[in-house]
Design a protein. Structure first.
Length: 571
């Protein structure tokens, strides 16, 4: 295996904790694999004493294949696992000490079924509950607002103190509460409420002006009624103006976010096991209580429990912890930047010979609970040996130059001397598009018969672009995928499409630094050609405006590379 000097230094690390700070295309997995082979072949460490943790099953298989090819004699392989699989191993082997009567059942899709059941119960209750259609009317002008609620008196108080309808709220503030009357027009079952509310809005619109901006355009139930039914179903205290809390906007959509909220919270558990009462979101909190109770009754664990219970078991049973420390003398962790607090709890219970490899600039999984600060703090420890592999063997110097210009704006981050092994200067393409012109420019960029990927931010954009391409007869493995799924991969040409089909760059519901990292990951998937197509995005001018120090470095690098090649030709 050919390694550069920095890679060799990392591979030759023997004992004690170490971190390898890597860059895109720098050979992270190759370094992990080479060190495993070095431990076996140079230091005579039995393969069974080595544990390697990879990010997903595909990475596990790739590492296994590389090690098999590298071993001179076939025999026992090191233990290579995803962290979830390793946690499952620990619990399965020590289930009684972990608190289970027998081998726990593994739950994977059960949470989705339970969410669907809970939603169905809420919809059933909403369909038959009594809903009041009410009118708030200006005595003088006759202008009115039509709404619906299961508790009209409470809703009246809300409107008169701080209405959720901005037009009505301003009118009440300027003219006073006494200028308005509140009247229940009729009571209907929930399944009829939207239709009847729409009828009364049209009726009053024909007679005069209404405060409502439009007829109800809802799938089944109004957001207000759903809010009230959610509170009843989950025994949540309803307080005035709860409808103005962002947590309750678009309730139906947010209900499907419950799984992510709960699982992300479980990955943040820093001690003990998961306690649903720690959740701030009231709906997620009450749902999690039900979910955890049902899971416990079934003697089951989900994927996150595999790590939580394994970490807790090692923390509370010193004899079991010692068993695993004796079993695995060397532990290697790839993609270290993506681990969550619960992951590090488990990893830190194992060998002192922890060898972690990662790139905090590529930490893009905070929505799953990933925390790049764990890597940053680990690298700052005085007892941790630090290595740096930041030469990019994938991309041209131009691509690395522009990618570096954007990522160095992030703070905090581990500083790195990012550079390319390939000095080729080939300008990246930056083209402004609109929904009307995206097809034209996209097809223009697909005229070259080269390995190409189209990277986007959302699954919605994947579907839209695949629709565009399906109507064209293209002569060549175009892959359309999200940036998150593209992580760790590479193509000759990458077309990054942003803010044209779906304005989600940067997303408002996440941190700006992580969004910048997502953009950076997309850029660094390209080997030779990078084209950025899209509308307005603050990251585009950031990657275009390369600081002088980066330009100077790359000019010096190209100059050095050319001189080196000339000397070789002379000899």
């Amino acid at each position: 295996m050919n390694l550069d000097k920095n890679q060799e230094k990392a591979v030759n690390h023997f004992t004690g904790p170490a971190i390898v700070v890597a860059g895109p295309g720098s050979g992270k997995t190759a370094v992990v694999t080479a060190r495993i082979l070095n431990l076996i072949q140079t230091h005579n460490i039995p393969p069974s004493k080595i544990l390697a943790i990879a990010f997903n099953r595909k990475a596990v298989e790739e590492m296994e294949n590389r090690i098999v090819r590298g071993l001179t004699s076939k025999g026992t392989l090191p233990v290579i696992r995803t962290l979830h699989a390793f946690g499952k191993d620990i619990i399965t082997q020590n289930y009684k000490q972990a608190g289970f009567e027998h081998h726990p059942e593994i739950w994977s899709g059960e949470i989705n079924k339970i969410i669907a059941e809970e939603k169905g119960q809420i919809d059933q209750k909403a369909a038959i509950t009594k809903v009041s259609i009410y009118k708030i009317e200006n005595k003088l002008t006759g202008k009115c607002y039509i709404g619906q609620s299961t508790n009209p008196e409470r809703r009246r108080r809300e409107h008169f103190s701080h209405s959720s309808n901005d037009r009505l709220r301003q009118a009440i503030r300027s003219e006073g509460e006494l200028q308005f009357t509140f009247k229940v027009l009729e009571q209907v079952e929930g399944r009829e409420a939207n239709r009847r509310e729409a009828y009364w809005i049209r009726h009053h619109r024909n007679c005069g002006e209404v405060f409502n901006r439009a007829d109800p355009m809802r799938e089944q139930f109004s957001n207000q009624v759903l809010l009230e039914m959610f509170c009843q179903h989950f025994s949540i205290q309803y307080t005035d103006h709860l409808d103005r809390d962002p947590d309750f906007e678009n309730l139906r959509d947010r209900f499907y976010d419950i799984k992510d909220i709960v699982m992300r919270a479980k990955r943040q558990v820093e001690s003990g096991i998961f306690d649903p009462n720690t959740l701030q979101n009231p709906v997620a909190r009450e749902f999690a209580k039900k979910y955890e109770d049902q899971k416990s009754a079934a003697n089951a664990i989900d994927f996150e429990d595999m790590i939580i219970y394994a970490a807790h078991l090692l923390e509370t049973h010193s004899n079991i912890r010692q068993t695993y420390q004796d079993r695995y003398l060397y532990v290697l962790v790839d993609e270290f930047q993506d681990i969550a607090p619960i992951d590090f709890r488990l990893i830190s219970q194992l060998s002192e010979n922890l060898f972690a490899v990662g790139d905090d600039d590529q930490a893009i999984y905070s929505f799953r609970g990933g925390d790049s600060q764990i890597m940053q703090k680990f690298s700052n420890r005085s007892d941790v040996k630090k290595y740096e592999i930041t030469r990019n063997y994938r991309s041209t110097s131009t691509i690395v130059e522009h990618a570096r210009a954007i990522i160095e704006r992030n703070k905090p981050r581990i500083r790195k001397n990012l550079r390319s092994h390939n000095p080729i200067k080939k300008e990246i393409g930056i083209i402004e598009t609109t929904p009307e012109t995206i097809k034209k420019y996209l097809l223009q960029q697909l005229s070259d018969v080269v390995e190409t990927a189209i990277l986007v931010r959302t699954n919605y954009e994947v579907d839209r672009i695949e629709e565009i391409l399906s109507s064209e007869s293209l002569s060549f493995s175009i892959e359309v995928t999200t940036i998150h799924k593209a992580k760790g991969r590479e193509w000759e040409k990458v077309i990054l499409v942003h803010n044209t089909l779906d304005r989600k760059f940067p997303r408002r519901d996440t941190i700006l630094e992580e969004e910048r990292r997502v953009f950076y990951v997309a850029m660094t998937r390209a080997k030779e050609q990078l084209v950025i197509l899209g509308g307005t995005c603050q990251f585009v001018p950031e990657c275009k405006n390369i600081p002088k120090n980066i330009r100077y470095y790359y000019r010096q690098f190209v100059y050095w590379w050319v001189r080196r090649k000339l000397k070789k030709l002379e000899t």
